[in-house]
Design a protein around this ligand. Structure first.
Ligand code: G6P
Length: 323
């Protein structure tokens, strides 16, 4: 007699396949959102092509966005990931860019949504992992271009900005093409506001031995990060690093949280306004919100990138979730 309870199980002839999963996607005239079948999501405002939100599968937000951020196109978004182009800060001594407002015009122009693409890979945490890429464009001929740009920066250019989401990471990349004959100089930066729970328990590694420009210490700005020990934040911090290492890691409460890697972006700005500066920033809310944010901003801002007619500058950041 066959002992049915102990009979080895045999595979059925056709293994059951997972249901066809796809990316959920929505678009209106102000923003674009995409959600992976596993729940991770990203939301991008056309104004500035600003990433407003990046959530993991559990719905936990990874970016800090001010409660007073203007999302109506009246000013650059305070939080998320604004795109800085073609100047970081202001450059009163640089003839081409001296008339531009702080951080240029990419973050104050309305970008066009160019489309989405999805791909599947077998690598990573899960087989059949989906990746979604959202592409945005801004050119010198675009109707959404900030009018101050047209008046102050008379170059022919085309920008493609791509936001790529998968289960573990978010990548933002830019291609800045010179469509004219005259060369132009530019700087590029991704002004990422990372969300943390408590800035006093945050440690930043990957900056060892890195020279930096300390914007808070105007009298003595040229410094070098010590060879050992992480960077911690306990006061206003505004530093333009040129890291020696490839990745900057943010840990919180001793646990790795984010790894930020760069492609062709040789600088990393670390910014936290702390108490007084936050008080003075009109769209920064709540005023103690600096405790829940840390800007880690990959960019090419230490020098000018000179782009000849027909050439392009490309750069990217990838933020990987470690927790
Ligand atoms: O107020 P914003 O123009 O958005 O600039 C916010 C901050 O951006 C960067 O991190 C700069 O290094 C800071 O000096 C600046 O204060």
């Amino acid at each position: 007699m066959v002992d049915r309870a102990n009979k080895p199980k045999t595979l059925s002839s056709t293994p059951s396949l997972p249901p066809q999963a796809s990316v959920t996607f929505s678009e209106d005239n102000s923003r674009v959102t995409a959600e992976l079948p596993t729940g991770e999501s990203v939301e991008v405002l056309l104004y500035g092509a600003t990433v407003l939100s990046w959530k993991d599968a559990a719905g936990d937000e990874k970016l800090w966005l001010s409660e007073a951020a203007k999302l109506d196109g009246s000013r650059a978004v305070r939080g998320g990931i604004p795109v800085v182009f073609p100047v970081f800060g202001t450059a009163p001594d640089h003839p081409q860019t001296k008339s531009l407002p702080q951080h240029g015009f990419a973050r104050t122009s309305r970008w066009e949504f160019l489309g989405k693409s999805t791909s599947e890979s077998m690598v990573g945490r899960a087989a059949n992992e989906l990746t979604v890429k959202l592409d945005f464009g801004l050119s010198s001929a675009a109707p959404g271009l900030d009018p101050t740009a047209a008046a102050s920066w008379p170059f022919k250019f085309n920008l493609i900005y791509s936001v790529t989401l998968n289960r573990e990471s978010l990548t933002t990349s830019i291609v800045a093409t010179n469509d004219g004959a005259a060369p132009f100089d530019c700087q590029v930066l991704m002004h990422t506001y990372l969300r943390v729970k408590d800035i006093t328990t945050v440690e930043i590694t990957g900056l060892a031995n890195a020279p930096y420009h300390d914007k808070v210490d105007a009298a003595n700005p040229s410094k070098t990060q010590p060879a050992s020990g992480p960077l911690t934040i306990s006061a206003e911090t505004d530093r333009v690093y040129t890291p020696v290492e490839d990745a900057v890691t943010v840990t919180e409460g001793g646990k790795p949280k984010f790894r930020v890697t760069r492609d062709n972006l040789s600088n990393v700005v670390v910014w936290n306004p702390w108490t007084e500066k936050a008080q003075g920033i009109a769209d920064f809310a709540p005023k103690d919100g600096f405790r829940q944010m840390l800007c880690v901003e990959p960019g090419a801002v230490g020098a000018w990138q000179s782009v000849e007619g027909g050439d392009a500058f490309e750069g990217a950041q990838t933020i990987t979730l470690l927790d």
